[in-house]
Design a protein around this ligand. Sequence first.
Ligand code: NDP
Length: 300
Amino acid sequence: MINQAGHAQYGINIMSNILDGKVLAQKIKDSLKEEVSILKEKTGKVPRMVNLIIGDQHGACAYAKSQKKVAEYIGIDYELATFSKDIPCAEVKEALIKLNKDPSVNGIMIHKPVPDQIDYPVLANCVDVTKDLEGINIVNIGKMMLGHTHIIPCTPAAVMEHIKSTSVDLKGKEAVVVGHSNIVGKPLSLLLLKEHATVTVCHVATSEAGKLINHVQRADILVVAVGRASLIKGEWIKKGAIVIDVGINHVDNKIVGDVEFDKASEQAGFITPVPGGVGPVTVVMLMQNGIESFKRQNSL
Ligand code: NDP
């Protein structure tokens, strides 16, 4: 069983077993703000990021708005480059190449979803490796695989921050990741492995084989990133486990995760709520990557 040890790293005292993403995000934002101010003193510059949005899809606009707010708080120069929803892919690629060459731009990301004519993987891999804010470029994923990591994909990084905030040592613990997408499950399993957890990755075939329950029941650390409400039953959770729910689902006009929160929180040592768990920290991780890129580009 894992005991509640407190968000020691950021001096957060946990009053319950809820891992509050807003509180954790604020602590990290404050520390990044201080870092940017020191960088400004040293270099006379602040990190600058230009993020691309194609069309006006609601989710992407909301994420961009929240990025702008967080960037302004930290002191990062944030620009949103907007493109009409029918722009040809080649034109966006041209704009990207210009941003890659512009030495005043330290970080770039492309908001998803994109319209049908846009080949997202091609564009994502066109972003300069040193400016790849989301760490999803093939080269950066390869570096992460080899443990040469300085840019970590934002959602897995947010999950790791939540886990770290519990002060629980992952060495030898059973970590179960449900979902193996390229942006969440796969990179996350590598990060957990780096901490010497024993990692099991579950996916749709695990569920179809009726084995999901067996893996979840023995998890000391459970991370679920599927996008299916109530996939993980509360009574499956091992007593004292750390439960990180990445899923976002809209049910009866409410946002819920993939884990049955009420029942699971009776079992878990620590658990993230949805909303207010992983999400607020994810956006801060993007800023952290922007600062890392700035430091690398300025040999700091
Ligand atoms: P994807 O759709 O890319 O991946 C979902 C994964 O879940 C796949 O690996 C899939 O496996 C697996 N899966 C599907 N059905 C089952 C099942 N019944 N049992 C076990 N595994 C299953 O989604 P993402 O990784 O992009 O996102 C996952 C969730 O996290 C979504 O709800 C998304 O909205 C949310 N999210 C939240 C973020 C945040 O910051 N809070 C950021 C990013 C995502 P297979 O491929 O084998 O079918």
